[in-house]
Design a protein around this ligand. Structure first.
Ligand code: DGJ
Length: 703
């Protein structure tokens, strides 16, 4: 296991639990990709193919599978690096120089044969998760500047052409919509040009070869970056598919002065021989172990959907009392508490407490929240400014702008030039003051528009995101227990970059519990459940019963956003019951192995399973029954075949269609059953829900 190096042949094998990834240096000093797939303990069989051009139109440099192809020579495929040297040369010719290994990290040093340019390929192995983190460092070892026009985190070569891409498309309120597309003869690009990772495409790729949830080859990767990214997938004419990910070169240039270096965002890549389910387990476990900090996420109440900008101390205290009575553990005041913020037209940038709404500041509310036993959280949108504010009057040059151009406002706001040190200092100070003077446990960091009129520095696309990360890291360093949620008009910053600095992500402003099932399913492919904020609200697009709303939101980190001041006693009691039930299963939801269960029913059941230690949870949703109102046979996964599992199902059931069938998820009388893991996995149980928006959670305990 670990990194195996064949010194004689300059062959490097990254050996993981079930996967091998190998490359070698050839006689020309090129770093040649050799293999990525099922584990091969013996790497002696791996050869470095001798290359010859197919024809004068298929040159060697275009055919060869390189770990990091550069712009230079007869390479016409996608390249990872393009630079301008000071004398106008734009062609890189690199040769292997050396390697450095330290336990599970490996650096491959490449040097240009003439110019003072070092390219360092960085690999970090997560053996137990079958994952590799890759990044690249470019070092200008000379004195003259080098301009970087394109720099990706790496290129991968997949040993198939007939691959299917599982991608994400969408927009605001419809984030993370899954699409499947077979690769044909042309390139595919997914990208962001907006300064955030966006609602449109997520910075990840999933490519499979006839895979299902439980079988087949799946190659996948995600970029740790919340700004402009680009993913290129190119089926090659020579029999493989290349994938490359990294910073989007669109409108971007990074200048490396002599003696300086630049490191790309990391990307995390993996291979599963056992379908999409295994892929999710690898990534979720990696996120839980290496990325996410903090313990189980608290059940929150958020004021946004209930109050919008109309927040007042009195009403918030009232809300908080009801939230606490309901069992919420964290009370978050959303937008509207500061400056002249009565709509989205004013206030951003003037971060003083609005005294009309909070005459004695925030502390009376915080005290009430704490007295009722909850944590306190607050919303901020630090990268933005509204035109009428004092901040913009005092610092008109603090926004991104071009001379002689009018700035576009969006949601009535402009974007602060966060690459300026004085703007960074302002943002940090504002947050520091807020946290130093108030007992705050949670921040929701929002960003409600893309960036435009970006100013003359073309590296701002990179520096903006880096600055956001740095401020969050600095805040975390001083206030390590404060949890910070990343939000960008809903799911505009759902990515592994955000997850590496923030704690939670706001998945979407769409809180419709049925729409959420589709968003949450796609989210679950690579992103960890624990960080997925999901609320129960008053505003779905359809009339959905409270149990379905709760069950849908209980699939992630549960939150409540209803105007509970209007709740009846019965609704309060019902909500209290669901929140208590969530607390009982939260460990499993947030830390368990997650399964998207496939089934054969003609009815559109949505089935999800969580397994954690001895507990198994089955979430079952039926938004609308077909005319045949048929049952669904549910085959669980990830169980111990020899063990017995005890579970409770509503008593009102019949064996008419199969083994078990129940008619009403709200049925109060339950019956206890025992079945072996083998029965539950291989035979399965037959279940039926009736009516529209029916849902249930069934708990199984291993004996
Ligand atoms: C967009 C967020 O996604 C919402 O949850 C809310 O915080 C609003 N912004 C507030 O302006």
């Amino acid at each position: 296991m670990g990194i195996t190096i064949d010194q004689k042949r300059n062959l490097f094998a990254l050996q993981m639990d079930k996967t091998t990834y190998a490359f070698a240096i050839d006689e020309n000093g090129l770093v040649r990709h050799l293999y990525w797939g099922k584990k091969m303990s013996n790497i002696n069989d791996l050869d470095v193919p001798v290359l010859s051009e197919i024809s004068s139109n298929d040159p060697i440099l275009d055919i060869v599978q390189e770990e990091y192809p550069v712009f230079g020579g007869m390479r016409y495929k996608e390249q990872c690096l393009k630079v301008n040297f000071a004398d106008g040369t734009r062609d890189i010719v690199y040769r292997y120089e050396s390697y450095e290994q330290n336990e599970n990290t490996l650096k491959i040093n490449l040097k240009d044969i003439h110019y003072d340019l070092t390219i360092q390929l960085n690999y970090q192995l997560y053996e137990d998760r079958d994952l590799i983190e890759r990044s690249v460092t470019i070092i200008n070892t000379g004195t003259e500047k080098i301009e970087i026009e394109a720099i990706y985190s790496g290129q991968m070569h997949l040993p198939h052409q007939a691959l299917t891409l599982t991608g994400t498309k969408g927009y605001w309120l419809a984030e993370l919509q899954e699409f499947k597309q077979s690769l044909g003869g042309s390139k595919m690009i997914m990208e962001s040009r907006r300064g955030i990772s966006t609602h449109h495409h997520s910075p990840f790729f999933i490519l499979d070869h006839h895979a299902t949830e439980t079988s087949g080859d799946v190659y996948f990767g995600a970029l740790k970056w919340s700004g402009n990214f680009k993913t290129v997938i190119e089926p090659r004419p020579y029999g493989t598919t290349l994938v490359q990910m990294g910073l989007n070169p669109h409108d971007c240039q990074i200048v490396l002065e002599g003696g300086t270096s630049f490191t790309t965002p990391e990307m995390i890549i993996g291979y599963s021989a056992d379908g999409f389910g295994k892929m999710s387990h690898q990534m979720h476990a990696y996120a839980r172990t290496y990325i996410l900090k903090g313990g189980d996420r608290p059940v929150l109440y958020n004021s946004w959907e209930a109050m919008v900008f109309d927040v007042t101390c009195e009403a918030q205290i009232e809300l908080s009392k009801k939230a606490a009575a309901m069992g919420c553990e964290l009370f978050v005041v959303d937008d509207g508490w500061f400056g002249n913020r009565n709509s989205d037209a004013d206030g951003l940038g003037d971060w003083y407490i609005n005294r009309e709404k909070f005459p004695d500041g925030l502390n009376p509310l915080i005290k009430a929240v704490k007295d009722s036993g909850m944590m306190f959280g607050i919303w901020i949108e630090p990268e933005m400014v509204n035109p009428p504010t004092q901040l913009l009057k005092d610092h008109p040059d603090w926004i991104y702008h071009f001379k002689n151009r009018v700035n576009d406002t969006s949601r009535n706001q402009l974007v602060l030039n966060v690459t300026k040190p004085e703007v960074q200092a302002f943002i940090y100070q504002m947050i520091d003051d807020l946290l130093a003077n108030h007992d705050i446990d949670y921040l929701k960091w929002d960003a409600n528009r893309p960036i435009s009129q970006t100013g003359i520095s073309r590296d701002m696309w990179v520096k903006h995101t880096q600055a956001v990360y740095e401020i969050v890291a600095k805040i975390k360093e001083k206030y390590p227990t404060v949890l910070i949620e990343a939000c960008a008009s809903g799911g505009g910053r759902v990515d592994y970059g955000a997850l590496s600095y923030f704690d939670d992500v706001w998945t979407s402003d769409n809180t419709d519990p049925f729409d959420r099932l589709t968003i949450q399913k796609t989210y679950s492919y690579l992103y960890p459940i624990k960080a997925m904020r999901a609320w129960v609200t008053d505003h779905p697009y359809r009339n959905v019963p409270l149990p379905f709303k709760f069950h849908s939101a209980m699939m992630g980190s549960l939150g409540m956003g209803c105007n509970i001041l209007n709740f009846t006693e019965a609704q309060m009691e019902e909500s209290k019951g669901f929140i208590a039930a969530y607390k009982e299963i939260r460990q499993t939801v947030q830390n368990g192995n997650f399964y998207r269960l496939e089934h054969q029913s003609t009815n559109h059941y949505h089935l999800f399973e969580y397994v954690y230690q001895a507990e198994v949870l089955l979430f079952i949703f039926l938004p609308q029954a077909n005319i045949d109102r048929g049952n669904v046979r549910v085959k669980l996964q990830g169980l111990d075949t020899e063990a017995t599992y005890v579970f409770e199902i509503p008593k009102k059931m019949t064996t008419r269609y199969g083994d078990y069938l129940f008619a009403n998820s709200n049925e109060e009388v339950f019956e206890t059953r025992n079945k072996s893991g083998a029965f539950l996995m291989y035979h399965g149980i037959d279940l039926q829900l009736n009516g529209d928006y029916a849902s249930a959670i069934i708990k199984f305990k291993k004996q």
